[in-house]
Write a protein that binds this ligand. Structure first.
Ligand SMILES: NC(=O)c1ccc[n+]([C@@H]2O[C@H](COP(=O)([O-])OP(=O)(O)OC[C@H]3O[C@@H](n4cnc5c(N)ncnc54)[C@H](O)[C@@H]3O)[C@@H](O)[C@H]2O)c1
Length: 221
């Protein structure tokens, strides 16, 4: 690691999404990186203030978060914490643009950045409509797709994410007493995961792939 970072201007950390592993990594990195090196974390769910002190350079630490399927969805969310130097923040925004990203500056730390702050409540709303018996997945998706001109609705999006992650999230919320999440976790487990339906990756989730119903022009009629 010492050789790798000897003259680095920027280190982007993408070690596993586990606080202990990340803290250990930053402790070791802080010992060997030169003073000029800016550290950025690609963590999807953690906050910069969790690591700022351990980096030994809080003013040169921030988040640089890439989207899934970065080759198509070229967003980079750049998020500071209270102690990040504004010059460092602006430099990383510029760096993101230079590597071909759409740079999205976030001035205050926020769990889920912008994307997941919007996406998670949207998916939860679709899930609640389903488990409360209001409408079926196709109708919920169709409503969103036609009215908003969107390529997918919540259930097409869940298939794309992969159904294990929403299941884990629903189990966590169910444990905290959320009744809808409890119903959704049970549905996902019994009707999908236990039957080998994990979403796009396994060829079936709420839809069948590679040619899901929502890509059929007749679906929207
Ligand atoms: N998967 C995604 O779509 C995605 C998108 C945006 C951000 N992220 C974030 O990127 C990070 C990594 O996610 P991932 O899905 O690639 O995780 P992963 O667990 O699949 O991969 C982590 C990588 O870190 C390496 N590693 C493990 N321990 C290490 C250590 N102690 N020191 C250095 N390297 C170590 C592993 O060999 C592996 O290459 C997470 O913080 C995650 O939140 C992931």
């Amino acid at each position: 690691m010492k050789d790798a970072v000897a003259d680095a201007d920027l280190v982007v950390e993408a070690v596993p999404e586990n606080e202990e592993i990340k803290l250990d990594f930053y402790k070791k990195l802080a010992e060997v990186a030169p003073e000029k090196t800016v550290f950025a974390s690609n963590s999807s769910t953690m906050l910069p203030s969790q690591f700022a002190e351990t980096t030994g350079r809080p003013s040169k630490f921030l988040m640089l978060h890439f989207a899934n399927e970065i080759w198509k969805n070229n967003t980079a969310e750049i998020m500071k914490h209270e102690g990040t130097d504004m010059k460092v923040f602006d430099d990383v925004v510029e760096f993101a643009k230079q590597i071909g990203m759409v740079a999205l500056p976030i001035y205050k730390e926020q769990p889920g950045y912008i994307l997941n702050s919007l996406l998670v409540p949207f998916l939860n709303a679709g899930e609640d409509l389903l488990v409360n018996g209001v409408a079926d997945p196709e109708t919920i998706d169709k409503t969103w797709m036609v009215a908003m001109g969107a390529p997918k609705g919540p259930f097409g999006t869940l298939d794309w994410i992969g159904l294990r992650t929403p299941y884990n999230l629903a189990v966590g919320k169910a444990k905290a007493g959320n009744k809808e999440a409890e119903k959704f976790a049970k549905l996902l487990k019994e009707e999908y995961l236990d039957k080998g339906k994990f979403g796009i990756e396994s060829g079936e989730g709420f839809y069948k792939y590679p040619n899901p119903a929502f890509e059929d022009p007749d679906f929207l009629k």
